[in-house]
Design a protein around this ligand. Structure first.
Ligand code: ATP
Ligand code: MG
Length: 360
């Protein structure tokens, strides 16, 4: 069996540092590892429309923005196929068939969907398309026979739902679909990076983000306005590291080498945390250090992004070619699915064989 990666993002905004540590950084490593036969990266525009139906221009513009973020972070179109979800009608058809294998009650139990419905204040007005997006994600994943799905922790319920659909499909219609595995970041702080407000997950739809393309000044301002420990009023007070977003970001981004590079008085993060907990370390030097770490990471990404942005026709060409390749793969899977479901009516063994049976 081939090793195949499928992952993606909703083009609802530019990508942020939560995407970077949650999935993007890992994707680039996997892409370059040589351990995978095929890698597909999807711009989930149809899914983005499930809660942005009245804003199609926003979704279209963000296809290019997210593609620029991919290229800037090192996604290489020679190694990874970048494609646009809506241009593969096969995915819509797979979703339609999978809907018969999932109950309404099962989707209602999905904790990520529940949290998003509350966060978007949908209450009684949840669009059906939004409600069923975990099923369309199962279509996206299985269409590519994906074995590995590198995503953030909020996607865990979607992968569980996909595995259930695969098992149900294979038990009803015979072995057809490949069961995928989630691949989460190994560092706990990266699983669900909080926003700069320290509350919810960093999310394009909430606006609590540091974007990969933010200018040096904007990054600095966002870091210095970040939520810390509200009980840590004076530098001399003992401070809390748990739930303190600045330290969560350091857990996610700072390496031991960074402490030497930026001439920190501490040898590593544990020493810095110990001083903060004991009291005597103010927020400003900690934020100053985090700012240095962030600027070092983001400067080359920002520069590469600016270069690619000068040649958008190239970016569009990458998307067009990737979409064509992805469509071929999804079509092959759909062919298998239709056959398994007795929907290949005009093939040799379709209606002709039914006619022979009925005709007796
Ligand atoms: P939206 O608010 O439109 O849902 P988003 O910021 O949640 O946008 P998505 O496009 O839904 O981004 O998610 C893309 C990928 O990034 C998924 O794999 C998701 O798990 C991961 N991801 C998103 N936010 C974070 C985060 N704060 N920390 C870690 N991973 C994240
Ligand atoms: Mg999301």
């Amino acid at each position: 069996m081939k090793n195949i990666i499928l992952t993606g993002d909703r083009p609802t905004g530019k990508l942020h540092i939560g995407h970077y540590v949650g999935s993007l950084r890992q994707r680039v490593l996997l892409q370059n590892s040589g351990a995978y036969d095929e890698t597909y990266i999807m711009l989930a525009d149809a899914q983005a429309l499930t809660d942005n139906a009245d804003n199609p221009h926003k979704v279209r513009d963000n296809i290019l923005e997210v593609a620029l973020d991919y290229l800037a972070c090192g996604i290489d179109p020679q190694k990874s196929i970048i494609f646009i979800q809506s241009q593969l009608p096969q995915l819509y058809e797979l979703s339609f068939h999978y809907m018969n294998l999932v109950t309404v009650a099962r989707v209602q139990r999905n904790p990520t969907v529940k949290a998003e419905i509350a966060q978007k204040n949908f209450e009684q007005s949840v669009p059906v398309g939004f409600f069923t997006y975990p099923i369309s994600q199962a279509a996206d994943i299985t269409a590519f026979d994906a074995t590995t799905v590198p995503v953030g922790e909020d996607q865990k319920p979607m992968l569980e739902q996909t595995v259930e659909i695969v098992r149900k499909f294979n038990s009803v219609y015979g072995p057809t679909l490949v069961e995928p595995q989630i691949l989460l970041a190994s560092n706990a702080a990266c699983l669900r990076l909080p926003g700069t407000d320290g509350k919810a997950k960093m999310s394009k739809s909430i606006g609590n983000c540091i974007y990969l393309c933010d200018s040096e000044k904007v990054v600095r301002n966002k870091v210095f306005n970040m939520y810390t420990d509200p009980g840590h009023l004076r530098a001399s007070d003992p401070g809390k590291v748990e739930g303190n977003a600045v330290f969560t970001y350091l857990d996610a981004f700072a390496t031991t080498e960074d402490f030497a590079t930026f001439h920190s008085p501490y040898a590593n993060l544990d020493e810095m945390k110990a001083h903060y907990r004991k009291g005597g370390l103010g927020d400003v030097p900690v934020k100053e250090f985090l700012n240095s770490v962030m600027q070092q990471l983001l400067a080359p990404i920002r520069e590469r992004r600016q270069e690619y942005a000068k040649d958008l026709p190239y970016v569009i060409d990458v998307l067009k070619k990737g979409t064509e390749q992805a469509r071929d793969k999804a079509a092959a899977t759909l062919h298998r699915v239709r056959k398994a479901m007795c929907l290949d009516h005009f093939s040799e063994n379709g209606l002709n064989s039914a006619a022979a049976r009925i005709g007796g």
